[in-house]
Write a protein of this length. Structure first.
Length: 342
């Protein structure tokens, strides 16, 4: 989240200064007490009396409300015109009723949320760099008191278990991105439906959806698009801004593939290439996608590969919901789901 603080840094000093900023944020986060009365000055609409989490778990990410700005009026170009993307660059590929859009992580790295609509479905495309969590939500909810609502989302500047805490602009309730659940405020307990998508290389998206569209920045000069402000993050021994327990059988910043209530180490899937469960879930791995959190230039990151999660259906296959997250985040939010690694 704090990558936006490096907006105007010279590239030669970018990494060193980013680390310095992060260390100062860690000191602040460790010494500042989570205080709903203090937060209420910035969040007068949020009902802090309604929560199911310990406020001590919520830390500052080093920025305030909306300082990482969500994209509300997304702009797109054709796949053919997206020559600025390398073939192996990661995108979130969303297909709804035959309409396809790719959301490059080089854009989401700096905005974290895109409020969009595909056909009749309002969606929130989200990415939390510190957890490597790429999740797309249906923005519609049914609330027992408020009825049908369409929400749009922004960033709070807060983290819980190192994961993005979003807020909806209708009630300013706070939402855990990793779970799609409201954890503070008027909509406490409400849940967003997650939409099956692919986290894939641009080449893979282009191959399967040649008529698709690609998200581009509204202002190409507003951020260092294509640059990873968390250089080398997924090679660290410890995650940033995280106080919780670490997984026993996996490196904290190794990747985990999660689908239908089970989790597999990405390295295990990579070595197996294909895993088919007894109930017909098929996971496959293929090389050719950069990590967004490795090299300074996203398109030069280490190859972590492409993952698909599908089930057989008459005449072919259907995609199922899956995520590729860091092991520490999976352990924090799903401690009872073991990571399969053999």
């Amino acid at each position: 989240m704090i990558g936006s603080l490096g907006l105007f840094l010279d590239m030669r000093n970018f990494l060193a200064l980013s680390i310095g900023i992060m260390l100062s944020v860690v000191v602040f986060a460790e010494t500042a007490t989570a205080n709903s009365e203090f937060w209420a000055q910035e969040w007068p609409m949020t009902d802090f009396s309604k929560t199911d989490v310990d406020f001590q778990e919520i830390l500052s990410g080093g920025v305030q409300k909306d300082q990482i700005p969500a994209i509300d009026n997304p702009q797109f170009i054709s796949v053919a015109d997206a020559t600025h993307l390398t073939s192996t660059e990661p995108v979130i590929g969303v297909v709804i009723d035959g309409e396809a859009r790719a959301y490059p992580l080089q854009v989401l790295m700096w905005h974290e949320i895109v409020n969009d609509q595909i056909g009749d479905v309002p969606i929130a495309v989200t990415f939390c760099p510190l957890c490597n969590a790429s999740i797309v939500f249906d923005r519609r909810i049914k609330h027992p008191e408020k009825g049908d609502m369409v929400l749009d989302f922004g960033t709070t500047g807060k983290l819980r278990n190192s994961d993005l805490v979003m807020y909806d602009r209708q009630t300013e309730s706070w939402w855990q991105q990793f779970l799609g659940e409201a954890i503070v405020g008027e909509l406490l307990g409400a849940e967003l439906e997650m939409i099956p998508v692919r986290i894939e290389s641009f080449a893979k998206f282009k191959e399967r959806m040649p008529e698709g569209q690609v998200l581009v920045p509204n202002d190409n000069d507003a951020r260092r698009y294509g640059v990873n402000p968390y250089n080398g993050y997924d090679s660290l021994q410890q995650p940033w801004l995280y106080r919780g327990a670490l997984p026993e059988r996996a490196a904290p910043l190794s990747r985990v593939v999660v689908a239908e209530g089970k989790a597999w180490a990405l390295d295990f899937l990579r070595s197996s290439k294909r895993i088919e469960t007894e109930d017909g879930l098929i996971l496959e791995w293929e090389k050719g996608q950069n990590s967004a959190l490795d090299a300074t230039v996203i398109g030069e990151g280490v190859d972590i590969g492409n993952v698909t999660a599908r089930r057989k259906k008459e005449g072919g296959y259907v995609d199922v919901l899956y995520t590729v997250d860091f092991a520490f985040a999976h352990n924090a939010f799903h401690p009872d789901v073991p990571i399969i690694d053999e």
